[in-house]
Write a protein of this length. Sequence first.
Length: 186
Amino acid sequence: PIRLVTPEAAEEYEQELLDSVEEFAETVVREVMVPRVDMEVVDSDAMLQDALSTFISTGFSRLPVVGQSVDDVVGVLYLKDLARVVHQDPALLDTKSASEASRPALFTPESKSVAELLQEMQQASTQIAVVVDEYGGVDGLVTIEDLIEQVIGEIEDEHDPAEGDFWVVEKPGSYLAQAKTPLDEF
């Protein structure tokens, strides 16, 4: 049979996969979460029309719905739920709030094992969890994709920034970079 990869390359890939599975059990949520400062949210009193604009501008399909502050997460709004509302009655875009259309949020401590969280998210049939610190404040969020990437590596989609999108050359010797750009990539 024709092989696409040499046996040595296949064995190396398999070993890397086994190593990452071992590390998966030892990894905690804090290490894989999207930090609070990078979270995109929808205000609970925002009308669905505004929420739809946020979905379109960010490219995300699930967004936390917050009350008075980011620490006051009242639920999670799903784009597919919003699409269903628009299809059934487009007039609801201007009359229904994000909190009315949101689903309950799953909260998890930052110290929980990612393996445990993955099982919990599977049992709860949810794709996103809000990460909280020991005082109940929101530290960030984590998705199923974040957890799976710990095992198989980066999963790039159409919304991920392309290589080099973290900085631009303003003039020779002068660069403008996002503050979260890893130095080794820069």
